[in-house]
Design a protein around this ligand. Structure first.
Ligand code: EPU
Length: 433
């Protein structure tokens, strides 16, 4: 086990290159299951969720060849079974995309209920299941297992209205519909950039999907996806996390390899706080030299402010002048990190979906825990801003979604290192946890 040790209080200055989008990668890798041939995927981030998914595919019989650090050739044409390794599936959320992909390809899927970040409430998949059933599948969710079968062997097109604009349900239903007989129409579809990326990948392989990026997606079933090459979009949340980091520490960061349009929802809020953002074609110069102003933030489905940036912006708002109000509009709760920030001197009160953040003069280093991926990113930002030393445990979560975080931050002036936790301390961590 490792922990991060940060000596805070240093401004960030320099350049950071953003990696491929985690939430696109974790959907597009399972989507390769639908391709009857080899597909080359470029700009894949080196993160543990990706490694886990590639191992799940390998275990099922896929050929995965590393071309370079960020490029893989994946060939699933040799896969003959519709069941995935249960133990591995339960470790990540995105494993649920295998349900749609396997149902689409084999008319059958037997998989464990997905794991992933726990925000303190159950993460339902009822909208995925409703869509599969509308397309002709029988779905049984029991004892932590999802068993889905299509009695006719092949799904048929359907009109599906999602009660919530769920990212996961939209992607899963797109995957299932690629080979379905006739047309599928998903109403109230999610519009996040990675939805468009998955549709673009599938279309590049030979699918017929229109409307991705709007709230109505139409998929006409085809008989074969033949393969090809596709490059993933850059990670909106990784970029947003570094923008928040420099907003907190002060300094100036050139953030490279981004799609500025995807950042609008984050850029706007940071500008309100007094951060300067200068946009280029695929980069942004983000600087903060003056004081931070208080703002209100409500997270919402894209193009709203992303819930996956909520802990990071809350951390920066701890250092703003005045009182900020954050409203979580996507998840029932996502404030477990607040207790950790309180240990560092923050002044935050949580009331249901709202958090009231009273700005403080400074944060001070403390021993804290990353309770989930973005909470972990928030702890890193807090540590970078704080006076003194911050130690972060639970960093496995962070490594699920941020490629080379330590190296990228050190290159722009942060004093952060990854340290092995000695056995004696590890026992203590396990006992407490
Ligand atoms: N929901 C339902 N029923 C469903 C599915 C979702 O009620 O069948 C509800 C959820 O309870 C939640 C809302 O709909 O209140 C949105 O959930 P969504 O399905 O969009 O979330 P997800 O697909 O499970 C993805 C990302 C999350 C991100 C959310 C929202 C992946 C692998 N995960 O999760 O990312 O928070 O969309 O944008 O793409 C992260 O990267 O840190 C992360 C947690």
């Amino acid at each position: 086990m490792t922990k991060y040790v940060i000596k805070g209080g240093k401004p960030l200055n320099g350049e950071i290159e953003i990696s491929g989008a985690k939430n696109a990668a974790v959907a597009i890798i399972p989507a390769a299951m639908l391709v009857d041939g080899s597909c080359r995927i470029e700009n894949i981030p080196q993160i543990s969720d990706v490694t886990m998914l590639l191992n799940i595919l390998r275990r099922m019989g896929a050929q995965v060849r590393t071309v370079d650090r960020h490029t893989m050739d994946i060939d699933c044409s040799g896969v003959r079974r519709a069941n995935a390794d249960f133990d591995m599936m339960t470790r990540i959320r995105a494993s649920y995309y295998l349900i749609g992909a396997l149902l689409g390809r084999f008319g059958e899927a037997v998989v464990a209920m997905p794991g992933g970040c726990n925000f303190g409430s159950v993460r339902p998949i009822d909208q995925h299941v409703k869509g599969f059933i509308a397309m002709g599948a029988q779905v049984d969710v029991r004892n932590g297992t999802v068993i889905a079968r299509v009695p006719e062997g092949r799904l048929h097109g359907a009109e599906i209205y999602l009660d919530v604009a769920s990212v996961g349900a939209t992607i899963n239903l797109m995957l299932a519909a690629v080979y379905a007989q006739g047309q599928t129409r998903i109403e109230n579809a999610a519009r996040e950039p990675h939805i468009v990326d998955v549709a673009n990948f599938l279309n590049a392989m030979g699918a017929d999907i229109r409307g991705a990026g709007t709230n109505v997606i139409k998929i006409r079933g085809v008989s074969r996806l033949t393969g090809g090459t596709y490059a993933l979009i850059p990670d909106q949340i990784e970029a947003g996390t570094y923008m928040a980091a420099v907003a907190g520490t002060g300094g100036s960061l050139l953030i490279k390899n981004i799609i500025p349009k995807h950042m609008d929802c984050i850029t706007g809020k940071l500008q309100e706080m007094g951060v300067t953002v200068q946009e280029g074609e695929d980069r942004m110069l983000v600087s903060r030299f003056g004081p931070l102003r208080r703002i209100n933030v409500k997270t919402y489905y894209y193009p709203g402010f992303p819930t996956d940036m909520q802990p990071q912006i809350a951390t920066v708002l701890c250092l703003a002048q005045g009182t900020s109000v954050i409203t979580e509009g996507v998840w029932d709760t996502r404030y477990k990190y607040v207790n950790e920030l309180l240990k560092m001197g923050a002044n935050i009160t949580v009331d249901g979906r709202k958090a009231i953040v009273e700005g403080v003069e400074r944060l001070t280093g403390a021993k804290v825990t990353a309770w989930d991926l973005r909470a972990g990113a928030a702890m890193v930002i807090a540590g970078l801003c704080a006076q003194g030393v911050t130690e972060i445990e639970g960093v496995d979560y962070i490594e699920r979604g941020y490629e080379d975080l330590i190296e990228k931050l050190r290159a722009v002036g942060a004093d952060i290192e990854s340290v092995e936790i000695p056995d004696s301390e590890e026992q203590e961590v396990i006992k407490i946890g």
